[in-house]
Design a protein around this ligand. Structure first.
Ligand SMILES: O=C(O)CCC(=O)C(=O)O
Ligand SMILES: [Fe+2]
Length: 261
């Protein structure tokens, strides 16, 4: 089992792979320089937070792990986030993917999350991210969430590269994955794991003496409730510095309502 790697000029192939396997890797989405700049903006926040910091509800500590730091409000930590959220290829892929599901005329960013795994963090429970909207009927949960987990450092077999179960996006809900059905999303800094909200996956086991940082961005159709209220977590002041596209994606627009672009 392995995930297929693609380049930016293979948009159709990427969509086919996500349809078939539920996930793939897009190499070189961001430059190494941009990743380093993002990390230098994020590092003071990461250093200041305690382990098992999950700033959106400690009751989920078991799910997220004990040697992890998770952050929302990420766009307020770095102005460069605007460039990440609005990469045209990501928007095109998210839009094409979400249009295969329930009606999607415009995109929103559900969450932007820093996923930091520290030494000793073990494998996370395998899960489907679209289950965050478990109150919707299963049929409406297909093609509801398009995610990118962008590697801000190399993701290796030993530092917690995400575990993915290719093809599990087509499985019935309670089928359990055997070990030989899983694979690791190993990739270089700047590459991204692109995946469907329907595919089983989880953070990997970090056995290294260094953190593994992923920048997660999840796109949803504009009619669906975002998991993060960006006006609260990032604040309107930080987001108002962004251009119109990013403000729409984060659903923070002047006058407090959104005009569908
Ligand atoms: O850290 C990772 O690689 C994935 C984490 C994850 O899937 C989650 O918390 O939903
Ligand atoms: Fe997840």
């Amino acid at each position: 089992m392995a995930l297929t790697h693609f380049n930016a000029d293979q948009q159709e192939e990427i969509l086919e792979a996500i349809e078939k396997d539920g996930a793939c890797i897009l190499d070189n989405l961001l430059t190494a320089e941009l990743c380093d700049q993002l990390m230098s903006d994020f590092t003071p926040h990461i250093d200041a937070a305690p382990w098992q910091n999950v700033n959106h509800g400690t009751s989920k500590g078991d799910f997220f792990g004990v040697k992890t730091k998770r952050f929302h409000g990420v766009p307020a930590m770095s102005a460069l986030c605007e460039d990440v959220l609005t990469v045209p290829l990501l928007l095109d892929l998210a839009s094409a993917y979400l249009k295969r599901g329930t009606e999607c005329r415009a995109l929103r960013v559900s969450t932007v999350e820093l996923m930091v795994l520290g030494e000793g963090q073990s494998n996370q429970e395998l899960h489907r991210d679209a289950d965050s909207w478990a109150y919707l009927p299963r049929t409406m949960r297909h093609n509801l969430l398009f995610s990118a987990n962008i590697a801000l450092c190399d993701f290796t077999p030993t530092n917690g590269a995400t575990v993915v179960v290719p093809g599990s996006n087509h499985w019935i809900d309670d089928r359990q994955a055997r070990e030989d059905e899983t694979c690791l999303a190993t990739m270089k800094k700047g590459s991204a794991l692109l995946y469907s909200g329907d595919v089983l996956h989880g953070g990997g086991h970090n056995q290294e003496n260094a953190i593994r940082t992923g920048m997660y961005v999840g796109y949803i159709p504009s009619w669906l409730a975002t998991l993060e209220n960006h006006a609260v977590t990032s604040g309107t002041e930080a987001i108002s510095q962004f251009g119109e596209r990013a403000r729409h994606l984060l659903d923070v627009v002047e006058g407090g309502f959104t005009v569908v672009p």
